[in-house]
Design a protein around this ligand. Structure first.
Ligand SMILES: O=C(O)CCC(=O)C(=O)O
Ligand SMILES: [Fe+2]
Length: 271
């Protein structure tokens, strides 16, 4: 059954009600678990059922090297967008940066919508090694992404499964805090949903349009037979979140007053 309209999608994050307006057609999918047909890279982990885990990231030394080089890459894209900033600016205060006009912000966001190719300036070898250990499968990658979500903004994407886009199937994802990642800002997930059939999920039939912002990935708009309750695993300092991209995740409304959340987002597949 297809429905078309403007509607308000309601879900909760750790019990806090959140809603967002969504435009366009929505539909419930077939009785099919997408993960059953695909490469389940978390199948051999102790958290295969829940679909996600908060785990230790790299050791402190290599972690610092990695985070510093990612920050350097982020500041490079800021400067390419015309923002005058040095590499020591506190990224969690991005939203209060002197001289940051809406135009400069949009120019920067346009630049980080594109992934950062692994061209040698950021050495991801230790992280690829760590992910291979975690999954018990040799994995690889060729790029990373950075998310920037300002406080009390509409910067976050809606809840979704990445694998509604064919190009994002057969992967395992990570979310690693770079700045301002807290219980009020970090990435929400819907535990166990990677195993739910498409017939349990209503979603937009095309990419989602949320308050005038277009996303390529469709948005989940309703869960059939149960409430739409997400949780924030909230990886702390020295930790990261590893999760199945078949799981519903996103809808990361930044509920803080004064922190921009900046995070590393990366996908790995069987080598
Ligand atoms: O970090 C976010 O808010 C969204 C992340 C996401 O959708 C992903 O990693 O696939
Ligand atoms: Fe996603």
């Amino acid at each position: 059954m297809q429905e078309s309209s403007h509607k308000s999608v309601q879900f909760s994050i750790d019990g806090t009600p959140v809603d967002f307006p969504v435009e366009g057609d929505t539909a419930v999918g077939p009785e099919l678990v997408l993960l059953d047909q695909d490469d389940d890279l978390i199948a051999g982990t102790p958290w295969a059922e829940s679909g996600y885990a908060v785990l230790p990231f790299l050791d402190a030394g290599p972690r610092q090297v990695l985070v510093d080089s990612i920050k350097h890459a982020i500041f490079g894209r800021m400067r390419a967008a015309g923002i005058e900033v040095g590499d020591d600016y506190p990224l969690d205060q991005y939203h209060t940066m002197p001289g940051l006009t809406p135009e400069l912000h949009h120019a920067f966001i346009e630049r980080i919508r594109k992934s950062f190719p692994l061209d040698g300036s950021v050495d991801m070898a230790p992280l690829i090694e760590r992910m291979s250990d975690i999954c018990g499968v040799r994995v690889t990658s060729d790029a990373f992404c950075v998310r920037v979500v300002r406080p009390q903004s509409g910067d976050n994407n809606p809840p979704h499964r990445d694998v509604w886009l064919d190009t994002l199937r057969h992967r395992v994802n990570i979310y690693a805090p770079i700045a301002g990642s807290t219980l009020e800002t970090s990435l929400p997930v819907l535990p166990g949903s990677h195993r739910w059939p498409e017939s349990m999920v209503e979603r937009t039939t095309g990419g989602a349009n949320i308050g005038g912002v277009a996303y390529t990935v469709p948005a989940a708009t309703r869960i059939l037979g149960q409430e739409f309750n997400m949780v924030r695993p909230n990886p702390g300092e020295g930790e990261f979140l590893v999760f199945s991209p078949y799981m519903i995740h996103g809808g990361a409304r930044n509920l803080s007053r004064n922190l921009t959340r900046v995070s590393l987002e990366m996908r790995f597949w069987r080598a």
